[in-house]
Design a binder for this molecule. Structure first.
Ligand code: NDP
Length: 401
């Protein structure tokens, strides 16, 4: 149904060629009356970007990689596509901050997304945050920027979106009055939930990326397998909802039907449920405070039958505790954790190290990196560089010859 009298929202999708990008464009394509694609961005995937430009006709397409931008330009010219192609990382921020832009989907993977996401926040945009690494790295600075620019920050991570939906509307104005006792962050447990320590020694990148519930990019798939994804989400929840680390509890829920819960002081627990499909939180955040169809079918409780809950196992999955430790250490420790994780996950995906080395390398990097306070985005980016150098050294010590 067309929106009466309302204008189309102009969207920028940072990370358009990825899994979240694809799900976002799927929802957007269902509502051409509401949304228009202003810009799409990617790093190197020219084929996919060319396809998206021909389908969605954005005003701009940005490739962070300059060679990829040149290649895309030639391709689109040959197809007479009017989309203007820009190249380089600075252009990511450029399109996100354009005055015509209403909302920015922040779906670049990893630290590469920090600067454009932060810049979109500072420009006061409505920012739909999938790129959890940006908030993990910059924490308080990020939330201060949201407040200073009066930006609208909406979580896309299904857990945080569920918590957002389970909190009262005026929560951010008066969090004390809400009476939140705990945030219960649910997680599927990943592909290795039942694997033994011995089995974890020999798992491959293909095993790790074969998630039982979610179909995601390779980096977050490995994070789900180590439970670092849950660890990053604990840090993300701390900043999004202003709760302490001790108020956030992780609950393994293999069916992934409950996407997270809020436990209140009166004993009430409020949860958000739905089929595990990222189009649900994406549609929620795009239309908030209204609701729109996402293309996801209604939940079939009789098909689900039963739901179960477990504690995470710190011995097999030490990354979760490492994240709690980094959060408690504060300063640049979460940025160090994130950088060491990105480096070691890439080394695992490249088959340079085994799966269990990921946590060892992160622990060693946290141990060696000097902990410092961070007052500026540059200081965060410097901590990221420092931690990557240490992590690469630790990876070198453990790499197969
Ligand atoms: P993908 O790997 O599928 O996609 C990543 C996107 O980021 C691609 O468009 C990629 O471009 C782009 N990109 C990668 N490196 C750079 C760079 N250096 N500069 C600019 N762009 C870059 O990741 P996902 O979609 O799975 O995840 C994206 C984010 O969303 C992550 O932070 C993840 O944690 C979060 N998230 C994902 C969920 C999911 O279901 N997938 C669920 C919840 C959160 P190219 O294709 O050209 O490489």
């Amino acid at each position: 149904m067309p929106m009466s009298g309302a204008t189309q929202q102009q969207l920028v999708i940072l990370g358009a060629t990825g899994s979240i990008g694809a799900n976002t464009l799927d929802v957007v394509a269902r509502h051409p009356d509401r949304y228009s694609v202003f810009a799409l961005t990617a790093n190197r995937d020219v084929e996919r970007m060319a396809h998206l430009c021909l389908r969605f006709s954005p005003r701009y397409a940005v490739m962070a990689n300059e060679d990829a931008a040149n290649e895309l330009r030639k391709k689109l010219r040959a197809e007479s596509c009017p989309t203007e192609v820009l190249g380089g990382a600075r252009a990511l921020s450029g399109v996100a901050c354009e005055p015509e832009v209403d909302a920015v989907m922040a779906a670049i993977v990893g630290a590469a997304g920090l600067t454009p996401t932060f810049d979109a926040v500072c420009a006061g945009k409505k920012v739909l945050l999938a790129n959890k690494e940006a908030l993990v790295m910059s924490g308080r600075l990020f939330m201060d920027a949201v407040a200073a620019a009066d930006a609208c920050l909406l979580p896309i991570d299904s857990e945080h979106n569920a918590i957002f939906q389970s909190l009262p509307d005026d929560y951010r104005r008066d969090p004390e009055a809400a009476g939140v006792r705990r945030i219960l962050l649910t997680g599927s447990g990943g592909p290795f939930r039942n694997a033994s320590l011995a089995q974890l020694e020999t798992v491959t990148p293909e095993d790790a990326c074969n998630h039982p519930v979610w179909n995601m990019g390779r980096k977050i798939s490995v994070d789900s397998a180590t439970l670092m994804n849950k660890g990053l989400e604990v840090i993300e929840a701390r900043w999004l909802f202003g709760v302490s680390a001790s108020q956030i509890e992780v609950v393994i829920h293999p069916q992934s039907i409950i996407h997270s819960m809020v436990d209140y002081v009166d004993g009430s627990v409020v949860a958000q449920l739905g089929n595990p499909d990222m189009r649900v939180p994406i549609a929620h955040a795009l239309a908030w405070p209204q609701r729109i169809a996402s293309g996801v079918s209604a939940l079939d409780f009789f098909g689900i039958g039963a739901m179960s809950f477990e504690r995470p196992d710190p011995e097999r999955f030490p990354c979760l505790d490492l994240a709690y430790r980094a959060l408690e250490a504060g300063g640049d420790a979460p940025a160090t954790l994130n950088a060491a994780n990105e480096e070691s996950v890439q080394a695992f995906l490249d088959r340079r190290i085994g799966f269990r080395r990921i946590a060892e390398i992160i622990a060693a990097t946290l141990e060696r990196a000097p902990r410092q306070e961070v007052e500026t985005l540059d200081a965060v980016l410097e901590a990221d560089i420092r931690a990557r150098e240490i992590a690469r050294d630790e990876i070198g010590k453990r790499s197969a010859p």
